[in-house]
Design a protein around this ligand. Structure first.
Ligand SMILES: Nc1nc2c(ncn2[C@@H]2O[C@H](COP(=O)(O)OP(=O)(O)OP(=O)(O)O)[C@@H](O)[C@H]2O)c(=O)[nH]1
Ligand SMILES: [Mg+2]
Length: 337
């Protein structure tokens, strides 16, 4: 049995374990952003440098904005994704169990601007299941290469709970301290304000919430997902995104900002992806010959999931795969779909 046959690889201390330590969970989520970390921008892609074959360019030829939804379980991430895209593409449910099981990406437009919205499963606490979720989210960042321009951290309007604080700490540990520089807070349940202005609600909120807003460069927006037709909230979000992207030089969240271990995995993953690009492209062509329409999109998504899973495994276990030859097909997806 090769490591690729393993049912589901859970990384060792080098990866997800670090995000969920007791110590981590108990800390307050406030971080000092005036850190002395150097902003190594040397190999960050800009929009102009984006590789031609990347999935980051829309059919119309405009660079798309990639927006990743993150947050606690059941806070309204999928509903917000649907509101942004103006259609019910992500499943939403009232049950308390986790509705979104794996990351999913859907494309559309936000006020005529092409966008890709990446919905993620809800984070909760430091249980074993969460490690799978964290790995899935980190893996999806390769899947959706070259990474999101904006993180929308979703939470219901109101004071922060202990769970919120813990989840924000997990997000920070997954992406690195500078994640907040690329973050807009998206408050859901705007309908429950019942006419109170969002700014009044925030000004009377606890200090923890106001501190969280303070450290998010993109500020905050309030959504009423029960009123998807309300495009004013979309216009406000678009303005926030434009401003945040301008501050970040229109770059997506760079690999250099990830914690060291994740950065290394991502470097190796990108290398494997490049080495196998011909093989993957051929597989994609096969799928295109066999399917069309929505089915084609689903099959492609499935293919990319498998490819990314395989290559992530290779990246997480480098010593065992030293001798892989260039463009050697990876076993599991070679037989897909
Ligand atoms: N009243 C109100 N309910 C909302 C709003 N946004 C989401 N909800 C409800 O909150 C519940 C959970 O919404 P989801 O979008 O599935 O939440 P989620 O964060 O994607 O959930 P998981 O995928 O399980 O983590 C659903 O019943 C939604 O209808 C809102 O703005 N107002
Ligand atoms: Mg969901």
């Amino acid at each position: 049995m090769t490591p690729l046959d393993k049912p589901w690889f859970l990384p060792t201390s080098e990866t997800t374990q670090d995000y969920l330590t007791e110590d981590t969970a108990s800390k307050n989520c406030t971080v000092d952003l005036d850190d002395d970390e150097t902003d190594k921008q040397s190999d960050i892609y800009t929009s102009e440098e984006e590789p031609e074959q990347s999935r980051g360019v829309s059919a119309a030829g405009m660079d798309e904005w990639r927006i990743m939804l993150l947050g606690r379980r059941g806070v309204g991430k999928s509903s917000s994704g649907n509101t942004i895209l103006g259609q019910q593409v992500f499943p939403v449910n009232k049950t308390l169990s986790r509705v979104t099981q794996v990351c999913d990406r859907r494309e559309g437009t936000l006020d005529r601007r092409p966008v890709a919205v990446i919905d993620t499963p809800g984070l909760k606490n430091s249980s074993g299941d969460e490690k799978k979720v964290i790995r899935d989210i980190l893996k999806s960042l390769s899947f959706y290469k070259p990474g999101p321009h904006v993180f929308l951290v979703v939470l219901p309007i109101g004071n922060l709970t202990k769970d919120d604080i813990q989840v924000h700490r997990i997000i920070e540990n997954m992406f690195g301290k500078r994640v907040w520089r690329y973050t807009i807070l998206l408050f859901t349940n705007g309908d429950t304000l019942e006419g109170i202005a969002p700014s009044d609600a925030i000004s009377s909120a606890d200090k923890e919430l106001r501190d969280l807003i303070r450290k998010c460069t993109g500020g905050f927006v309030v959504f009423d997902n029960k009123d998807m037709a309300n495009r004013t909230q979309m216009t406000l979000l678009k303005e926030k995104i434009v401003n945040l992207m301008a501050i970040n030089g229109n770059k997506w969240y760079p690999r250099e900002y990830y914690p060291w271990s994740e950065k290394k995995i991502r470097e190796r993953h990108e290398k494997h992806m490049e080495e196998r690009s011909e093989d993957i492209a051929e597989k994609e062509r096969q799928v295109e010959r066999l399917y069309s329409g929505d089915e084609l999109e689903d099959k492609k998504r499935e293919l990319w999931r498998m490819v990314d899973e395989e290559l992530r495994l290779l990246a997480e276990n480098p010593p065992r795969f030293k001798n892989l030859r260039k463009n050697e097909p990876v076993q599991r997806y070679v037989n897909a779909p």
